[in-house]
Design a protein around this ligand. Structure first.
Ligand code: SF4
Length: 498
């Protein structure tokens, strides 16, 4: 029988954003517990793809996720570890705290002491603190290096000879990671690896981004799958598991208009899909594209607006100024798409004046929902462009430049959220991560659900400011209704099950 391989992912939010995320967490967590299982219900694409790849190569791989917050997954993990798997691989795509990867490693060691430990993903690649003691670290795309590492371990060959592998205790691989393979050679994710097929999933049409915005660590390398491969995966999800709701993870779904239109034509012909995507505002100016997105079932587009200051947008190398931003937003709205704008606060050159410009822009932009996040250094080094600007210094833990510090940017972002939230005529504060909660309804129903949920968050904060306990309780009741239809397990249970 093939040796068991476990692919493990525990989702959490980055601690740097705790201040701005308090806008969402305070109404959800303060007071009588709300049913929060939906927040951890969606299985991650990354470990699903890795498990699929390994199984196609003859291993018996099983993805497990959010086992520290879902009882059903905690029980599955306990049972899987009892079988003493050959290897346990910890993903750091959605994990940011060293104590979390250490807790997963400790759990594996306690229940399956002989199991090989491997950690991979962008977190472990950039932050050595996320690599548990005694674990191999796999750099680069897991579909390439993980099967090679497992084969070497199984055959008793030197794992350090595998490209992109750092042995336990090491700091760098002996051989650099192999370049990424052609995206179309990736398998379609096997959502049947979970006890129940999810109702909504992520679809990855491309990785990376061909642009190079100064604050962004997601810019390279860029590789896209063909429209045909993307459509084939979506049809397979629908035919095998009844999945018709999804979110494209592409950095700019509309960035290659010909490809986007081809995907949209296919989805429109199939009918019945409901989805969201990220898109640049200037990409949405391609004639007919927003309408094609809407006809194909797109419900909400997430637009990186970043700033309301033309000077700052130019400094960021955004390649898109205020007027194009407004035109792209207007085109999406005219086509009937919900629009969300993400803003970055604190890029080198940011001042109180440019932040005020951003706030004014957000208020009058016509966007349905917005979010303000502080500029952060996520990669091991400062992004090259930002590093050359404004005397920026620091790292993941904090930074400083001539006009702002990370602490000041965080405080300003929190103030901007508070100011927009207090303005009934301004867009609602929302986070892209929350949109997967709205699994029911399409078209107007979906829009109503999104706006009512985020409207309830705004009402809770208004009641908080007014000191109205009854108002806060009423807002939480509205939130409860949206969270009630659970798709997940039944609450935190690490202690109970493990
Ligand atoms: S901000 Fe968006 S468009 Fe700019 S480099 Fe990052 S992913 Fe690409």
């Amino acid at each position: 029988m093939s040796p068991d391989i476990l692919l493990l992912s525990q989702e959490e939010t980055h601690p740097f954003y705790a201040g701005v995320n308090a806008y969402f967490t305070a109404p959800l967590l303060e007071g009588e517990p709300l049913p929060l299982e939906k927040f951890s219900a969606a299985p991650p694409l990354g470990i699903t793809l890795l498990a699929t790849s390994l199984n196609l190569r003859g291993w018996a791989a099983k993805p497990l996720y959010n086992f520290f917050s879902r009882k059903d997954e905690a029980l599955r993990l306990a049972a899987a570890l009892e079988r003493r798997p050959f290897a346990a691989c910890i993903s750091t795509t959605h994990t940011f705290r060293p104590e979390t990867t250490a807790a997963i490693a400790a759990l594996v060691r306690r229940l399956a002491p002989d199991t090989a430990l491997i950690v991979g993903g962008p977190g472990a690649e950039w932050n050595p603190a996320l690599r548990p003691e005694g674990a191999f670290t796999a750099l680069g795309p897991g579909e390439e290096n993980l099967p090679a590492l497992l084969a070497a371990l199984k055959a008793g060959r030197d794992p350090a000879a595998v490209p992109g592998i750092i042995p336990p205790g090491g700091t760098a691989p002996a051989t650099p990671p192999a370049p990424s393979s052609v995206m179309d050679s990736l398998p379609f994710p096997d959502w049947g690896l979970y006890p129940a097929a999810p109702s909504g999933v992520a679809v990855q049409g491309s990785r990376g981004c061909p642009r190079a915005c100064g604050f962004c660590s997601y810019s390279a390398p860029y590789a896209a799958r063909s429209a045909g491969a993307v459509l084939a995966e979506i049809r397979r999800n629908r035919d095998r598991w009844g999945i018709s709701r999804f979110r494209f993870t592409d950095s700019d779904f509309a960035g290659d208009p010909a490809r986007a239109l081809e995907v949209c034509r296919g989805l429109e012909a199939d009918g019945g899909a409901a989805w969201t995507c990220f898109a640049r505002a200037d990409s949405l100016l391609h004639p007919g594209l927003p309408e094609a997105l809407r006809r194909a079932g797109c419900q909400w587009v997430f637009i990186g607006v970043e700033s309301g200051s033309d000077a700052l947008l130019a400094a960021m190398n955004k390649g898109c100024g205020r007027e194009e931003m407004l035109a792209g937003i207007a085109a999406a709205k005219k086509a009937g798409l919900g629009t969300h704008g993400n803003f970055v606060v604190g890029y080198p050159g940011e001042t109180g004046g440019t932040a005020a410009e951003t706030l004014a822009f957000a208020r009058s932009s016509g966007l349905d929902t917005v979010y303000f996040s502080p500029f952060q250094i996520r990669s091991p080094g400062i992004p090259a462009l930002a590093g050359a600007q404004g005397g920026l210094s620091g790292g993941e833990g904090g930074w400083e430049h001539h006009t702002m510090s990370s602490a000041a940017a965080l405080a300003r972002a929190e103030e901007m959220i508070e100011e927009i939230s207090a303005d009934e005529s301004a867009p609602l504060i929302a986070s892209e991560a929350l949109f997967s909660l709205f699994s029911g309804g399409s078209g107007e129903d979906y829009r109503k659900n999104v706006l009512d949920f985020h409207g309830a968050l705004r009402s809770w904060h208004a009641a908080r400011r007014a000191g109205s306990a009854a108002g806060m309780a009423g807002a939480r009741e509205r939130l409860r209704r949206h969270l009630q239809a659970s798709e997940g397990g039944s609450g935190p249970s690490r202690e109970a099950a493990l």
